[in-house]
Design a protein around this ligand. Structure first.
Ligand code: ADP
Ligand code: MG
Length: 319
């Protein structure tokens, strides 16, 4: 291993919540504790780490809390950018404390720091004309009409399967990680950094001033941009499946072990990867190696060490 190699690791939903859990802080803290053991193995082996994570269920719960706060106590709900910052904060805290405790237990003199991270998106991104990402609570038709009267700019979509209406927001492409230099400096100073949680807080710039927007950036695409801009040599996406498959869920499904970016692109165009789940992961991996990264990996959370050594996961390589 190249001593001091910089790796960006994207944690999926299973690093924080397991199937059947309600999402109490204690549950999530305990799950992060288990995840921290895998991360500490890499720190102990000499890797420099930047960690990012998803926040789908967490920001959904935060939006519900704000909603209930308004109904019950007349506390004004926060906009999505502020809710994103809230989740970056509490998840970052859980990672910071668990990972530091594990490092301390092993006698490793390294510290973990969370950066509230903003991600610049293009105000003319076509996604703003076509909101697709469902967020927050389910509403009845009557509740939705009431909200619409107050917020005519909100867009809703019906979820027929689960019976109800949900707000949908745009999912624009991440262009620049606003805090990239600070993150890189913290890495160079020896810190393990948690950044760009939940895909980062989406911001647009107008007349030189930044402002938050109501949108959700995909965490794998944002993680890739982060890895690219801080010059990581590898980008690893940890999730609940042991790799990217072709013919997934069919009798002839096959796990991809080592593929070139062009081969991965072919499978992507053939529709092998679930949109909103595996597709953005493969897309992020392709982008990473095409922008100079050495290798991108998709692997199961508990197989991190094996994935680094090339014996687990899907490895996407330049070419
Ligand atoms: P995360 O929270 O880690 O981002 P996701 O649910 O978004 O998790 O993505 C992982 C899921 O992608 C897997 O659990 C699997 O059901 C789904 N998936 C869709 N297509 C594929 C595929 N071709 N190969 C493997 N998994 C796939
Ligand atoms: Mg996902």
């Amino acid at each position: 291993m190249a001593m001091g190699e910089l790796i960006v690791i994207a944690l999926g939903g299973n690093a924080l919540m397991r199937r059947g859990e309600k999402g109490s802080f204690e549950e999530q803290y305990r799950n992060v504790g288990r995840t921290a053991v895998f991360l500490a193995d890499l720190v102990e082996a000499g890797y420099k780490l930047v960690i990012t994570h998803g926040n789908g269920p967490q920001v959904g719960a935060t939006l519900l809390r704000h909603d209930a706060g308004m109904k019950l106590h007349n506390i004004p709900p926060f906009p999505m950018d502020a809710c994103g910052a809230e989740t970056q904060g509490f998840i970052g805290y859980a990672i910071q404390q668990n990972l530091r405790n594990e490092l301390k237990r092993r006698g490793i003199d390294k510290y973990v720091i969370t950066v509230v991270t903003r991600v610049i998106v293009d105000k003319d991104d076509p996604a703003f004309k076509n909101p697709t990402k469902p967020i927050g609570p389910f509403y009845s038709k009557e509740e939705m009409d009431k909200i619409k009267a107050e917020h005519p700019e909100y867009v809703f979509a019906e979820d027929k399967a689960r019976g109800g209406w949900r707000r949908v927001v745009p999912s624009p492409d991440p262009k620049i990680i606003a805090e990239r230099f600070a993150i890189r400096n913290l890495v160079d100073a020896g810190f393990i950094v948690v950044a760009s949680g939940g895909g980062g807080i989406p911001i647009i710039e107008e007349n030189g001033r930044a402002q938050g927007v109501e949108a959700v950036i995909d965490k794998d695409l944002a993680g890739e941009k982060l890895a690219e801009l801080i010059g990581a040599s590898r980008f690893i996406i940890l999730t609940d499946v042991d790799g990217a498959y072709i013919n997934y869920g069919k009798p002839d499904q096959k796990k991809l072990e080592r593929v070139s970016a062009s081969e991965a692109k072919r499978y992507l165009n053939e529709g092998h990867f679930g949109s909103g789940s595996m597709l953005p992961k493969v897309q992020a991996c392709i982008r990473f190696v095409e922008s100079g990264g050495k290798e991108a990996i998709i692997a199961e959370l508990s197989q991190l060490k094996e994935a680094i050594h090339g014996t687990a996961g899907t490895h996407i390589l330049p070419g």
